[in-house]
Ligand binder design. Structure first.
Ligand SMILES: *Cc1c(COP(=O)(O)O)cnc(C)c1O
Length: 395
């Protein structure tokens, strides 16, 4: 017996649910990649990426996922033997560091852990010790999608400034751009990157990078540059060069539609919607946690992301059973615990094209699963989410 007919709902942190309008935007024949339509579309997308990153710097669109965009960033500003500082707060910054290592860059990890955000004071202290400026770049994520942490990028930017260090500040906004405020120029970020398939509601396959003038100056002498990723190659007037080859026509139509929808809703509304729905999820998890089996991975409530919530399960309880029930019986796909949290946590994504019924439905299904599987939990989790929205979404 199952109650899962109809459309399966993805509550995983990427790829996320795409609006029907975005899917439909791709349903068309290919067109001449040299046509005026394509040239103008690229110009409009690059301009809108600048708006999303909040920068006057240059934007670049790669046919790549987030891992590709990481490599794009590293190869454009670093040389073999350069050293970078990776700010740990889960999995993703470490993985960016692994890519750097494999490219011949020396990587130092500023120790953190999977249960809390990066501490800006630690960053400042480490940079003050680097008297001869060996550290060429600092890399960090705004949201770590594994741990569910939210790092205060503005505060880290201030810490770098306070240490008077001139390493490039490079930020991963894959799991946050278009969901939470991001202010590249105002926060002192030199290079930012993101991808199409999370908060931006578009298909997987596009990677985005933005770089300011300081980064583009460093780029001139970077030794790791390769033709495909190279910024200079992509900066000329020739449209074909902007993608180092054939433009990903259909993905660009999808992205254009997604951006139109983001700007129609308005970024401030979107940020508020994410905050309200994230808090609804947290209200539910807090009630379930009273059963002493489920708990928040991120201990400090102020450090919990508005795009994904990582929920731990105590020893002896298998998150995979819960996930399997939700998927096979009810048609809701939850995210798996990854890295250190593999087999010990599940994740509820609340990013991108999400609304109240999607979130309340997901929470309701988890409530059903907890009951059906006899997992101890505080009762009324979904109700707490409903109450929260009832009080905070005014008539
Ligand atoms: C998903 C994700 C990535 C990797 O993106 P892919 O498109 O899967 O390569 C990088 N950083 C963060 C924070 C992510 O959430």
């Amino acid at each position: 017996m199952a109650v899962r007919a109809g459309r399966e709902f993805l509550a995983i942190p990427g790829p996320t649910t795409m609006p029907d309008e975005v899917l439909q935007a791709m349903h068309r024949p290919a067109l001449d990649i040299y046509s005026e339509t394509m040239v103008q579309m690229t110009d409009s997308l690059l301009r809108d990426l600048g708006r999303l990153f909040a920068t006057k710097g240059h934007a670049y669109i790669y046919i790549a996922n987030g891992h590709g965009a990481w490599e794009a960033v590293l190869s454009n500003v670093l040389s073999r033997g350069d050293k970078i500082l990776v700010l740990e707060s889960g999995r993703f910054a470490l993985n960016w560091g692994h890519a750097a290592s494999a490219m011949g860059v020396e990587v130092e990890v500023l120790k953190g852990d999977t249960r809390r955000a990066v501490r800006p004071a630690d960053v400042e202290a480490r940079l003050r010790q680097d008297k001869d400026g060996r550290i060429k770049a600092i890399v960090v994520v705004q949201v770590d999608t594994a741990s569910g942490v939210f790092n205060d990028i503005a505060a880290i930017g201030r810490a770098i400034k306070a240490a008077k260090h001139d390493a490039l500040f490079m930020v991963d906004a894959v799991a946050s751009l278009g969901c939470m405020p991001f202010e590249m120029d105002a926060w002192g970020i030199d290079v930012a990157m993101s991808g199409s398939q999370k908060g931006l509601m578009a298909p997987p396959g596009l990677g985005f990078v933005a770089a300011n003038d300081r980064a583009r100056e460093v780029h001139k002498t970077a030794g790791l540059r390769t033709p495909y990723w190279d910024w200079t190659e992509r900066e000329g007037p020739e449209h074909y060069r902007k993608y180092a080859g054939t433009a990903p026509v259909h993905l660009l139509f999808a992205l254009r539609q997604a951006f139109d929808m983001l700007f129609d809703e308005g970024l401030d509304n979107i940020f508020l919607r994410h905050r309200l729905l994230a808090e609804a999820v947290r209200r539910a998890v807090a009630v379930w946690a009273e059963g002493q089996v489920l708990s928040f991975n991120i201990e400090d409530p102020a450090e919990r992301s508005n795009t994904v919530t990582t929920v731990r399960m105590s020893e002896g309880y298998d998150p995979a059973r819960l996930q399997t029930y939700c998927k096979d019986k009810c048609g809701v796909v939850l995210g798996t615990g990854i890295g250190d949290l593999s087999g010990r946590a599940f994740r509820i994504a609340h990013m991108g094209h999400v609304n109240a019924p999607m979130i309340l439905g997901t929470l309701g299904v988890i409530d059903v699963a907890l009951a059906a599987l006899g997992i101890p939990h505080g009762s009324g989790g979904t109700n707490a989410a409903i109450d929260w929205l009832g009080h905070n979404v005014p008539a």
